[in-house]
Ligand binder design. Sequence first.
Ligand code: GRF
Length: 205
Amino acid sequence: MHQPTRLVVLVSGSGTNLQALLDACADPAYGARVVAVGADREDIEGLARAERAGIPTFVRKVSDFETREGWDASLTTVVERFEPDLVVSAGFMKLLAPEFLDRFLTLNTHPALCPAFPGMHGPRDALEHGVKVTGATLFVVDAGVDTGPIVAQVPVEVADDDDVASLHERIKTAERAMLVDAVGRIARDGITVDGRRVRIGAGAR
Ligand code: GRF
């Protein structure tokens, strides 16, 4: 068995997606381990989850830097220190610089079925549009907002009595399972990104 795939996970909030990865990584057969967790703010549950699991953490706040470029460069440097094979942006609320994305294969989860409802309010926008099915998308981060090549998607039905919170919670349950499944398969079997087409497995690595 090859060395576990090294994951750096970036968070900005409650970190339930991070927790799902931490739980999965407890099984050596999963094929990955979280080597560090980074955040753009302090005092969040995502960081506390990492600390409880004994995982190194780092915080880079944009307000601590004179320029956004300075923040971008610092984030790249600190992530590089942990030599990740894969970066997972799991509820991380900052756009990542092209230099960061050139350096690290980075996946992000979005609580809608891309290309529908990109941006900060996927569940709200889906509800307001009246769709009957929405879901979650795992994608390779590119320069756009939720526009990158799609790795995995999971559908979630919208209930008549849903509000934004109930819909987002149901999406998040499906999203966590999708993330754990896809990251594990990538860790064990590899990933190939060919333009917009993403393939997991078949010797891709
Ligand atoms: C997820 O739904 C993610 O897609 C969105 O924010 C939520 C983060 O949840 N961007 P958590 O911090 O992993 O609990």
